[in-house]
Each structure stands twice: as structure tokens, then as C-alpha cells.
Design a binder for this molecule. Structure first.
Ligand SMILES: [Zn+2]
Length: 388
């Protein structure tokens, strides 16, 4: 078996049973400890976590992880495995060569584990590459993090999202095909509620694709099957409609308002604010955008960080998701950017760690993830080089 060692960006082979000394640990369950600690595991699961008694002699067989801290593995709540973060249009052309995409995805998956990321939620792609990746990982054929996949998104034909889903003419066409759609398999239902934001026009968002009644229909269909709903939504109208329809999480949510945050808290809806797709364009300069666009991006990013801080103080459920695969949002690395953006928004570091583990696990619908306690599988943990 293995454990992710984000401190040196490697996947370490370990025996099923063993003992190690670590520099300390943190988890939502156990709190923070920055004292040397003895960790034991049996049958691949944590058996004990005890302070190191300096007078006690311990066996030579003990693993010296004394410069690493033990943490729950990270979770990225929003990625697109089928996109390469380099060139969107070229990548869509490459989809005609599935072998190439499968090879890319295997590299991304390995990379996630090397960076301590043990689970990801994929927001979908029309050919179903992420669904394939999820199955390969589950079968043990491809090493990788646990993949929660929406398979294919639900969008309106002729509107934003043609790479995410086939597109439905209207809710009647959806209803006619609903059964087949669900039979394809999915972990969550992704609904494209609005189009994209514009980098050259502050506050402007691509059109809303469904009525509130349509959205309720989609949400209820998923909920009847016990399937959570993630909504791609930005702008006042789209976000309000998604909240009213009772989705489980709002993805992106640019131009969020205070009133909407309050309603989300009341309804227990999580927000995954994906700062990286905007922030990384500013953080890693490139010559693709005009001065006007850069200015607009800055305004969007600042507004987003302000609202994230507000959401934190209002006690809204906040997830950490990157939209990895989008331009300049590289798989795995970008989760570290996103964690930094959340800290820059003014959220204490360990609170961001809680969001990137414990809260993200809830958002994925997999509460067994994002934990460190007796009984946690070693493969769901990571050895990190700092505690914040
Ligand atoms: Zn996305």
C-alpha cells in the first residue's frame, strides 16, 4: 500500500502494518499537535497516535518521518480531468484521440497523489473521460485519488457548456431522457445554471439557462435518487435561482451578494468559489489579456475574496475547489494556489485546511474522507511539510 507524501511530492510504498515517528499532526477530529508523535497502523489503518516518550527506546524498524506532519489528504472539490489547463480548444480537438487523453489523465491522477490530494470531484465532460477515470481508479487499474464524477453535465442546447454535456432543448426533452441520463451513472448531478463571466465586462454573466421551475425539476429528480446537485452559477439572477431550487452546492458564484450568502447558510448550501481561474491569470502573468481585461479580472478577484471572507464570518459552508484543467489552473498544483487565495481572503490557515479536508468531504458526499483518526486508512492521509 502507499501514503501520499506531499512534503517531497512522492507516493511512498509502505507495509500494511508499521510504526513511524512524525513531527506532529492536525485534523478536525484530533486537533493540532506539534510534538513528535508515534503513529502505528495495522491492516492499512491508523491504529494509534501517541506522543513520543523520549526516554523510551523504539525499534529500529520504525520509519523516521520526523520531519513530516501527518494530515488528512487534501480534497479538490472542483476539477476537470479531461482538460489540460494549457489550451482549451486544442484540448477539445485532442478528445478525438482518447488514448492521448487517457494518458494525460493518468499523469494528472498520479500528480494528485504526489501532492497529497486523495480525492477530487470532477465537474464533467461530454465524452465521459472523468467517469472512465473514476472507474479505472476504483478497479485499481490506475493509481489515483478517489474520483467523484458528475459524468456529464445538464445544460441547455446552444448555450454555455457544450463541452460539459450534450445539451437539452428544454425541460421536456430532459424529462424524456432523464432515465437514460441517470442510467449512464453519476455521483452528483451537475446543472449549468448560467453562462460564463466576462473578463471585459464587470458584472456581466452569460444567460441563465433554466427557469426556477425547471431547476426544481432537475434538483428533485436527482434528490429522489439520493444524488447531490452541484450548480454552475454566477451573477445575481442565476445564483438566486439555484438557491431557490435547493441545489447542494454553488460552483464559482462570482458576484455573490450578502443576502444570497445568508440564504445559503439558512439552507445549508455550500459555496465553492474557485478563485484560481481568475486569480492565477493575475498571479502568473501572460500576454493573452488586455489592460482593460486585467483590470476587470482584478475587480472580480477582489470582490470574490471579500465575499469569501464574509461567507466565512456568516458561517456559510465553504469548499475549496480550483476548476483545475481551466486555463492556467494546473491539476494538483492549483489546489495550493486556491488554499493560498482562501488564506489571502482572511480565513485562518487551519480553517482553510478544515475546508480542504473535512468540509470538502461533505461536499463530495464522502464523509469517510478528509479525516485523521484511529481507523482512517493510511492511503487517505498525507505527510506534509508544515502545519501552518
Ligand atoms: Zn468547472
Amino acid at each position: 500500500m502507499y501514503i501520499s507524501c506531499s512534503a517531497i511530492q512522492k507516493i511512498l510504498e509502505i507495509p500494511d502494518e508499521g510504526e513511524a515517528v512524525v513531527a506532529g499532526y492536525w485534523s478536525q477530529e484530533l486537533g493540532l499537535c506539534s510534538q513528535p508523535t508515534i503513529l502505528t497502523w495495522k491492516e492499512g489503518k491508523v491504529n494509534s497516535i501517541e506522543p513520543l516518550n523520549l526516554l523510551e527506546s523504539y525499534p529500529n524498524s520504525i520509519l523516521r518521518w520526523d520531519s513530516y506532519f501527518l494530515l488528512p489528504g487534501w480534497i479538490d472539490a472542483h476539477v476537470h480531468l479531461a482538460l489540460d489547463s494549457l489550451d482549451f480548444y486544442q484540448c477539445l480537438e485532442n478528445w478525438a484521440q482518447p488514448c492521448l487523453i487517457e494518458e494525460n489523465m493518468q499523469g494528472f491522477l498520479r500528480h494528485y497523489l504526489e501532492r497529497g490530494i486523495v480525492a477530487i470531484r470532477d465537474g464533467g465532460d461530454l465524452p465521459g473521460f472523468s467517469w472512465l477515470a473514476k472507474n479505472r481508479v476504483n478497479e485499481g487499474v490506475w493509481p489515483g485519488p478517489k474520483v467523484i464524477s458528475v459524468h456529464e453535465a445538464v445544460n441547455r442546447v446552444g448555450m454555455y457548456g457544450r463541452f460539459l454535456g450534450r445539451g437539452f432543448k428544454d425541460i421536456l426533452e430532459w424529462q424524456a431522457k432523464e432515465r437514460d441520463f441517470f442510467d449512464q451513472g453519476l455521483d452528483q448531478l451537475k446543472v449549468v445554471v448560467t453562462g460564463l463571466i466576462r473578463f471585459d465586462d464587470y458584472q456581466k454573466v452569460g444567460p441563465t439557462q433554466w427557469s426556477v421551475a425547471d431547476l426544481k425539476e432537475l434538483v428533485n429528480a436527482a434528490h429522489r435518487l439520493g444524488t447531490p446537485v452541484m450548480a454552475h452559477a454566477s451573477g445575481d439572477e442565476g445564483i438566486s435561482m439555484a438557491i431557490t431550487a435547493g441545489v447542494d452546492s454553488i460552483e464559482h458564484g462570482y458576484y455573490m451578494t450578502t443576502r444570497q450568502l445568508e440564504r445559503m447558510r439558512e439552507k445549508g448550501i455550500a459555496w465553492v468559489p474557485t478563485v484560481a481561474p481568475i486569480g492565477n491569470l493575475l498571479k502568473y502573468p501572460n500576454d493573452r489579456y488586455s489592460a482593460h481585461e486585467i483590470n476587470t479580472l482584478k475587480r472580480i478577484q477582489e470582490a470574490q475574496l471579500t465575499k469569501i471572507q464574509e461567507a466565512y464570518h456568516l458561517n456559510v459552508r465553504l469548499g475549496v475547489g480550483t476548476d483545475a484543467g481551466a486555463y492556467k489552473v494546473p491539476h494538483a498544483e492549483s489546489l495550493y494556489d486556491e488554499i493560498d487565495w482562501m488564506i489571502q481572503a482572511g480565513i485562518p490557515k487551519l480553517e482553510v485546511y478544515r475546508m480542504a479536508t473535512h468540509e470538502n468531504a461533505r461536499i463530495l458526499g464522502s464523509p469517510e474522507l478528509g479525516r485523521l483518526d484511529v481507523g482512517t486508512p493510511m492511503s487517505l492521509l498525507q505527510l506534509a511539510n508544515d502545519l501552518g
